[in-house]
Each structure stands twice: as structure tokens, then as C-alpha cells.
Design a protein around this ligand. Structure first.
Ligand code: HGY
Ligand code: MN
Ligand code: MN
Length: 418
């Protein structure tokens, strides 16, 4: 039935979805998307998916976290379903494939099974997780963390986006706009536990392309910790206030980041330390900044290193800051995970059956799969990213690479679903 995967149908759908929130990157040929979660564009894209899924008889449902599910029945309803999926939201300067390909590939797999007239014993469900990126509302993976019981959904309600919109209100707006779609219970302990979960995703790194490979059999995901740091000083006149008495939040941010660079220095270039979102107040050129808020994204595959370095962040900042008040809040902590041989084995066998060059590969990016691991056997499929570029409109994978990924996905799902 992998022969029923249609490269043209999958690519056509991806390009149609890429029109929603379309943006152009640094070069005219870099066509990306800015499609935040829980937005009108997100709902428009979801309606496209709903139409395509209903056309092959899938049942559609949405849970209280606005995770969107498409279900293809199996021959034995008493068996737990196999789950596949990814996310439809993008970074503000996102690409046309991060997340959304995994959802479209899951639909392509269901269409291939439908076209081939293949019945699986287990139902297969496709999910579009809410807010994987954390681009609009920090942190990411709020949909899969709610579904898996990792975090109580209400814990996210007070998060504000850059325009001051509450997550809880944006979620309510999404659920109201999709009131016509049947509801389903949140998953995890309270709901139906899937038999297995497979997520197809672009690699977002350079390895598959550099090694001339077609498929990554993802072995696991490194750990991530996110922090928000707030420095509070005193504003003053840039022309009249002597330097010695200032409580300059920007200068203290520089001191703090310099000290954090030393804390996280790693000659092996394994650790990932990123400061990329900075808010300054009053943000005028001739008033000393009295408040700075900046984010920290810290990652490492070894839980002990992640713990040691992450736990040292607050003290490092307090020691480095000279004049300002310091507040450090940790708002995301995803432990490193190792995927289950039941799924990695199915993916490797599927790639081999398709005659595709493949290897085991860890993920540097986090994914919703990270939060499904404690619920059921979980794994992922990677396809190459051109130049390893992602979170950038220049992100690209070819129609053929994505079709090969969909063929491996449908084979993996069919074998796991019997
Ligand atoms: O940041 C990440 O790792 C994911 O791509 N959102
Ligand atoms: Mn992603
Ligand atoms: Mn991403």
C-alpha cells in the first residue's frame, strides 16, 4: 500500500497550506510561513485538513486542549489505536515543512490505506497538537503536555502572548470557532492510551543530507530547559545621569549573558545555549533601561549535564548582575527521551522495505513525541532538510524526500496497526 502514496497529492496539500500565513525570507525564493497557534490562520489550515480527512471517511474530533484528531477505523474496535501526528503551528519566521509535514504525511498515509483498500486491525488516529512551537505562547508543547497529563491544562491559561492575549482566551476562541466538531476526552491517563505513536518530521539538521541518506530512524530527543529572566533597575536620563550611579538593566543583562556563556561553554559543541527573545523597557534611546526580560533555551542529550547547568543558571546570573533586581522563572523542562524499539524497529524495517538509505539519529529539536513517551511506545521518522536549515523561510525538503518519508510512515503504521 505504500505504492498508493501520492507525491503530487502530498506536495499539493503542503503548498496549499503554505499559502496560509505565507511570508518571504531573506531571498525571494525563500518562501516560509508565519502561522501562530490558536489564530485565524491556524483555524483556516485546520479546516482544510478536516475537509481532506472527511473525504476519506475519517471521524474528526477535538479535545479540551484543542488537539485535533482524525480517526480511520480498524477492523477490531476493541484494540487501542495507533497514533501518528505532529503540529500545524509555525515559528514567526517559520518554514513550510516543520510540523505541518508530519500532519500532512499522516493524512497521506491514511489516504494511501484508503486508496489501497487496506483494512488494519487497529484504528489509526492522526493528531495535530496545539502550540508545539511556543512561538506565540511560551512554552511549546502545551497541547501534548495537556493531553499526556504532564501538566494540568489550566496551568497554561494565564500565559500572555506579545499582544497581551491570554492563552486561556485564545484556546476558548478556538474551541468556540470549532464548536461544530465533536469533542473527545483529553488523552493520557483519563482517555484511551494508544498502542504506539509515530511522528514524521523534517530533520531540521544537516546529517541526513551530508551522509546522502533518505530516512532518519530517530533514536531519541535531547532534553530542553527554558527560563525567563527579569532584571529590574532604574530608568534615568542618558545625558545627565552619571554612569557610576546607574542601575542599568541592559548593562546587567550583558554581564549576565557573559557569565552564562562561560557557564555553558562546551568545547565539544554538544550543549545548546540560546538567548533570542529580549524585551527592554522603556526601550527609548535616551532613557536608561530599567527593565529587561530575556529568554534562555538550554539543551543537552545528557540529563545530568542539563540538570547541573540548568540548576546553576540563577546563581550565575545573581553573581554577575551588579545593580538590578533579579527574577528567574523556569517555564519548560523536557527530559531527554529514548524511543521504543517496537517503533524504531518498525521504522527501520519500513525504510529497508522501501529500499531507502537510513540510519539511527538523535533529535536536537524537541517534539510532541517527547511527551508521548511516558504514555506509550513512541518513535519518529526524519527526512532530510536542505542545508539543515529550519525555523527559517529557507527551510526545504524535496517532494520526493517527503514522499519517501510518507511511504515509510504508512508502512510503519500498517505494521503497528496489524
Ligand atoms: O524548538 C524546537 O526544538 C522545536 O522545533 N519547536
Ligand atoms: Mn516541529
Ligand atoms: Mn519548530
Amino acid at each position: 500500500m505504500s505504492g498508493s502514496v501520492s507525491e503530487a497529492r502530498q506536495w499539493g496539500r503542503l503548498m496549499e497550506l503554505a499559502e496560509i500565513g505565507a511570508i518571504v525570507g531573506d531571498r525571494p525564493e525563500d518562501r516560509g510561513v508565519n502561522r501562530p497557534c490558536l489564530s485565524a490562520g491556524d483555524r483556516q489550515a485546520r479546516r482544510l485538513m478536516i475537509g481532506w480527512a472527511r473525504a476519506i471517511g475519517c471521524a474528526v474530533s477535538v479535545d479540551a486542549a484543542a488537539n485535533l484528531f482524525f480517526r480511520r477505523e480498524g477492523s477490531d474496535p476493541s484494540l487501542a489505536p495507533v497514533l501518528t501526528g505532529s503540529h500545524m503551528d509555525s515559528q514567526p519566521q517559520g518554514g513550510r515543512f516543520d510540523g505541518i509535514w508530519g500532519v500532512v504525511a499522516g493524512l497521506e498515509a491514511l489516504c494511501a490505506l484508503h486508496d489501497a483498500g487496506v483494512a488494519t486491525r487497529r484504528a489509526i488516529e492522526l493528531v495535530a497538537w496545539t502550540n508545539e512551537e511556543g512561538g506565540r505562547f511560551r512554552p511549546g508543547c502545551t497541547g501534548s503536555m495537556s493531553w499526556s497529563g504532564h501538566t494540568k491544562p489550566a496551568a497554561f491559561d494565564g500565559i500572555l502572548d506579545p499582544d497581551g492575549v491570554r492563552y486561556g482566551d485564545a484556546l476558548a476562541e478556538q474551541l468556540a470557532a470549532e464548536a461544530d466538531i465533536p469533542r473527545r476526552a483529553l488523552g493520557g491517563p483519563g482517555g484511551v492510551v494508544p498502542h504506539a505513536y509515530v511522528e514524521a518530521h523534517i530533520e531540521q539538521g544537516p546529517i541526513l543530507e551530508a551522509e546522502g541518506l533518505d530516512i532518519g530512524v530517530v533514536s531519541g530527543i535531547q532534553g530542553s530547559r527554558w527560563f525567563t529572566v527579569t532584571l529590574t533597575g532604574a530608568t534615568a536620563h542618558a545625558g545627565t545621569a552619571p554612569l557610576r550611579g546607574r542601575r542599568d538593566a541592559v548593562q546587567d543583562m550583558v554581564r549576565a549573558i557573559t557569565a552564562l556563556n562561560a557557564l555553558t561553554a562546551d568545547a565539544s559543541d554538544t550543549l545548546r545555549f540560546t538567548v533570542a527573545r529580549i524585551e527592554v523597557a522603556p526601550n527609548t534611546s535616551n532613557s536608561v533601561a530599567n527593565r529587561v526580560r530575556f529568554t534562555i533555551d538550554l539543551r543537552h542529550p545528557d540529563a545530568a549535564v542539563l540538570r547541573e547547568k540548568g540548576d546553576a543558571i540563577e546563581a550565575t546570573i545573581r553573581d554577575a548582575v551588579a545593580h538590578c533586581g533579579v527574577a528567574v522563572e523556569e517555564n519548560f523542562h523536557a527530559m531527554p527521551v529514548v524511543f521504543d524499539p517496537l517503533v524504531t524497529g518498525a521504522v527501520a524495517a519500513a525504510a529497508a522495505a522501501e529500499g531507502l538509505r537510513h540510519r539511527a539519529l538523535p533529535s536536537g529539536a524537541f517534539h510532541d513525541a517527547q511527551f508521548v513517551v511516558p504514555i506509550c511506545p513512541t518513535g519518529m521518522i526524519f527526512v532530510p532538510s536542505r542545508g539543515g536549515i529550519s525555523h527559517n523561510p529557507a527551510e526545504y525538503s524535496t517532494p520526493g524526500q517527503l514522499a519517501a518519508g510518507a511511504r515509510v510512515l504508512v508502512r510503519s503504521l500498517a505494521s503497528l496497526a496489524g
